[in-house]
Design a protein around this ligand. Structure first.
Ligand code: PMP
Length: 407
């Protein structure tokens, strides 16, 4: 075999936009803790026994019948299955955001929707404002697009509108990204009053709101609020994202976005270039499934299952954490956000916790700026109350053992 002499040095294999983007610590951690003995409060995983295996199996079986199967296996329009979009639009309308099938684009999970919005709207150097802390895979998307991410002060009621106004005037952002209802990682919910102010600011200053809403239906307490995008000024200035992952099953990778006409067209073109369309057969099966299922009843089952899990975790936190620890008290969703006493390093604590076969996500990764290292995220969705009690007992043992500085 002859070798061809190389005359030039190989080009750097990676594009510059990847420079500042780290692998997700949550996904890395999930790989690390994939041992049956570990009780993991790390991933935001829906409880698998709640997946409607029989219902979804029947739906796949039916759409793959001789009558419809060949169509379900064919290429299909980028916009998504019209029947599915109609069903989703009706559901969104009932939740307070009037929508038609034509307002929606089906996406491959809501994660793809974030990525499409980043590609369609952001020039390198554009500013994206985010609540702090925030969903870290959204941070990855904005960084991949070359945007500058600027955190905005947030408290127990979500993003602080006064801080937002200041940040908008100072940075002239293209986009504000937030999870207004049962946020990841904090579990916080933006109040109705603040929703009104945030939507009004977007209208007044002409920036886009990206409202990421995968948890909104998982409410355990209090009255539902309309989506932020439904408040005056919101509809024309926002993209609302929904997902089947937390109310159905995340392995289907089925999400959707709602956006005003011109932006919707741009996002559709962006999706054409990304993956042509979301899986035809998966969309057909979910449309078939939703048409024949009382999804509200299923959501009630999810709520009834997750509520005692949240309560088991907050009760245990009170028992096992040292004085000076605080945690969120979410009305819904899947997460508790914990702050250990000043000076604690939750990443160091995780190493001790893993020796006790329990896992969580250290909070630092959720901060776009200077992190608060004493914070961590616990997910309460994956185990029944007894499993949570055992996992929290191990968490307490790790806390008791950790050297000072690691707690
Ligand atoms: N946004 C938030 C806030 C999330 O927590 C998640 C999932 N963890 C996603 C988006 C992505 O969800 P999916 O792509 O499964 O719809």
């Amino acid at each position: 075999m002859t070798t061809i002499p190389r005359t030039t040095a190989p080009k750097s294999p990676m594009a510059g936009r990847l420079g500042g983007v780290q692998s997700s610590p949550v996904r890395d951690l999930l790989a690390l803790i994939d041992r049956p003995e570990v009780i993991s409060f790390a991933g935001g995983l829906p409880s698998p026994e709640l997946f409607d295996l029989d219902g979804l199996r029947r739906s796949f079986h039916d759409v793959l019948s001789p009558a419809t199967g060949r169509r379900a296996l064919q290429y299909s329009p980028t916009e998504g299955d019209p029947a599915l979009r109609g069903l989703l639009a009706r559901r969104l309308t009932v939740r307070g955001l009037p929508s038609t099938a034509d307002d929606l684009l089906v996406t491959t999970g809501s994660q793809q929707a974030i990525s499409l919005v980043a590609t369609a709207l952001l020039e390198p150097g554009d500013v994206v404002l985010v609540e702090e802390p925030t969903y870290l895979a959204a941070l990855q998307c904005f960084r991949l697009a070359g945007a500058t991410v600027v955190p905005v002060r947030s408290d127990e009621d979500g993003l602080d509108p006064a801080a937002l106004r200041e940040a908008v005037e100072r940075h002239r952002p293209t986009l504000l990204y937030l999870v207004p209802t049962f946020a990841n990682p904090t579990g916080r919910t933006l109040t109705g009053e603040r929703r009104r102010e945030v939507a009004g600011l977007a209208h007044e200053h002409g920036f886009w709101i990206l409202e990421d809403d995968p948890y909104g239906e998982l409410r355990y307490r209090g009255e539902a609020l309309p989506p932020l995008s439904a408040y005056p000024g919101g509809q024309e200035n926002s993209v609302h994202l929904g997902s089947f992952s937390k109310i159905g099953a995340p392995g289907l990778r089925l999400g959707w976005l709602r956006a005003p006409g011109e932006l919707l067209r741009a996002l559709t073109i962006t999706k054409q270039a990304t993956d042509l369309h979301t899986s035809t057969v998966d969309q057909a099966a979910v449309a078939h499934y939703l048409a024949g299922t009382d999804l509200d009843a299923r959501v009630r089952t999810l709520r009834d299952t997750y509520l005692p899990r949240r309560d088991a975790m907050t009760k245990a936190l009170a028992e096992v954490t040292p004085p000076g620890t605080t945690w969120s008290d979410p009305d819904g969703g899947m997460f508790l956000w914990v702050r250990l006493p000043e000076g604690t390093d939750s990443a160091a604590l995780l190493r001790t916790a893993l020796r006790h076969d329990v896992a969580f996500v250290p909070g630092a990764a959720f901060y776009p700026g200077e992190p608060d290292r004493a914070t961590l995220r616990l997910s309460f969705s994956s185990y029944p109350p007894e499993g949570i009690a055992e996992g929290m007992r191990r968490f307490g043992a790790a806390l008791a053992e950790a050297p000072s500085g690691a707690r």
